[in-house]
Design a protein around this ligand. Structure first.
Ligand SMILES: [Zn+2]
Length: 232
């Protein structure tokens, strides 16, 4: 629209210079673009089957709008009562569609169609047009694509064979916690031992031993092994 405004200004002044892009100029350019589109797509208004249901009318600026019985006074603006008709598959229609789809951050079909209608445009075969556009819009496709499923590896036999409790385990250490012991503060971790067959979980407090978390973990596991071994 800005490029066409610049070109029109240059043609009027017969010389190339930076044009004056006032809002009134841009409004006129919008009217000019819509008029040109309507002339190209609806040369004979009366014979256009797609327009028949819309009861079309030309406004005082020569732009083709939807007719109808609703009149100002209802809580709607004039452009919402008589929106501008946008032809199917026209480049201008696609640009308006793209603009409003991006403006609402690639929301779905209904939201895009509502945004276009609220802006004062009536897209012929709107639902189909928006659907076609959303299918090729990169932003929409990226946001709506199905999440991919990973191919999981085969389960080890320790996960499938029923063995005595905690025969095969997985271990993990989480978080440092600060635990108070009289006046001193100890840095501790949670030691999580998971049984591979049933996923039973056993959690113990892991203290730092000789200033090392790993030594503490090893010591704790030894103790725990002896304790479990004496039970079974
Ligand atoms: Zn999109």
């Amino acid at each position: 629209m800005r490029s066409i405004a610049a070109l029109k200004e240059c043609a009027r002044n017969k010389q190339w210079h930076r044009s004056d892009l006032r809002p009134t100029n841009l409004e006129k350019v919008e009217e000019f673009i819509l008029q040109a589109t309507h002339k190209e797509y609806f040369p004979t208004m009366e014979r256009e089957a797609s327009l028949r249901k819309l009861n079309p009318k030309l406004d005082n600026k020569g732009v083709l709008r939807v007719g109808g019985r609703a009149r100002a006074g209802a809580k709607l603006t004039e452009t919402q009562i008589h929106p501008v008709i946008l032809p199917k598959n026209a480049h201008v229609s696609d640009l308006i569609l793209q603009h409003h789809n991006e403006k609402i951050h690639h929301l779905g079909r209904r939201s895009t169609l509502t945004a276009i209608r609220e802006a004062g445009y009536w897209l012929i075969n709107g639902t189909g047009q928006v659907k076609r556009w959303l299918h090729k819009c990169v932003g929409c496709r990226r946001l709506r694509r199905e999440t991919e499923l990973q191919q999981m590896g085969e389960l080890p036999k320790e996960r499938l064979e029923q063995t005595p409790a905690f025969t095969h385990v997985g271990i993990d250490v989480f978080e440092p916690y600060y635990v108070k012991d009289r006046r001193t503060e100890l840095k501790c971790w949670g030691l999580m031992i998971t049984r591979l067959y049933s996923r039973t979980v056993h959690i113990e407090l892991l203290e730092m031993l000789h200033g090392c978390k790993r030594t503490g973990q090893h010591h704790h596991l030894q103790q725990w092994n002896e304790h479990r071994g004496s039970e079974e």
